[in-house]
Design a protein around this ligand. Sequence first.
Ligand SMILES: Nc1ncnc2c1ncn2[C@@H]1O[C@H](COP(=O)(O)OP(=O)(O)OP(=O)(O)O)[C@@H](O)[C@H]1O
Ligand SMILES: [Mg+2]
Length: 405
Amino acid sequence: MKVLFLSPGYPPEMPFFVRGLAAAGAEVVGVGDSPAEALPPMAREGLSGYLRLGHLWDEERTAAAVRGWAGARGVERVECLWEPGMFLAARLREALGVPGMTVAETVPFRDKESMKQVLDAAGIRTPRHARARTEAEIRAAAERTGWPLVVKPIAGAGSADTHRADGPADLERVLPLVRHVEEVSVEEFIDGEEYTFDTICSGGKVLYFNHSWYRPRPLLARTREWESPQTLALRDVDAPRLLPGRAMGMKVLEALRFRDGFTHMEWFLKADGEAVFGEIGGRPPGARSTDIMNFACDFDSWAAWGEAAVKGRIDQPIRRRYNAAIICKRASGQGRIRRIEGLDRILSSFGEWVVAVELLPVGAERRDWRKTLLSDGWVMVRHPDLGATMEMADRVGTDLRLVAG
Ligand SMILES: Nc1ncnc2c1ncn2[C@@H]1O[C@H](COP(=O)(O)OP(=O)(O)OP(=O)(O)O)[C@@H](O)[C@H]1O
Ligand SMILES: [Mg+2]
């Protein structure tokens, strides 16, 4: 099978997916906007050809350029696992006449209002919601959703420009903050825990799935700098509290007629046990969540995706042995990282249960915590027992400190 892979070098997980696809027997060619020499070696090794387009995001021109190039190479599929490229990938499929998600089928995965309309029609519980373009429309929408509510971009990512408002006066505070966003979704605020339901599908069947738990809720993680946000892939995916969310997610896949590839769903679990759907992406979760899936099952989720895409099955055994968490760290202070405190203690007390560490080195400029989910670095831990995993993750949160100044 000849596959065109969009943006094989970025984000950093992509070279692993290229490798997985090639390992499953596909001949992979890449299209991206970076020079071939700048591609990570793993991406280059997995590709048998690469087309660099400086105008990648100009869909019209890219479709025209790819038609001749990929057509001549007999490309049969177009894959993209990065949210901003989903529409472009669909356009290229249509231009090349190859199977997979079309532009129309992609819309509900990129537009949060279209998504909820399809899901509402299928009887899936979503927050009360409305689309709004102007301040007047946002105020009018608030009348229908009630308080508290959330205002967020129609095509948001990473909780950017997402705000909670507790009442009419609070909404006036929020309005100027979203003035630059062309179109927003106004939603009933759902109070509860937040979980994911991530899947690898083939032919409409779920071949692998994962439930992760966000600690704390992403909106809180995004508004409190002192947090060390955790994503925790759960070992016991059959725990009763997860079942309503999974059943709902299965209905979502059906309602959106999703057939092949990775999905990343988010859902809320209210204190009364009700599950409410959050959103779906037709791509894997980012921010190294695929790594924690790997550590939870001792397998290779990137290769599993490749196997599913090429063979319609996953050859690796899926054994759920561990809970696995990534904990992202934010330095205190501004400027360059001066010292890292507490790492030795953590490594010596948790030993083999710390499976990966990637922190900015001393001397590096710290990052803008609002712009990156991975912040100034991260630690991954795993353990068969959930309580032990949570305790280690919390200790990494409190006892490991990056100090900038
Ligand atoms: N209706 C809601 N009720 C409560 N919290 C919400 C609601 N909508 C969004 N949030 C909060 O804001 C976060 C971001 O919202 P959402 O997931 O819709 O946008 P996103 O920016 O696409 O997310 P991602 O970070 O997954 O890319 C959610 O994880 C949740 O914490
Ligand atoms: Mg989200």
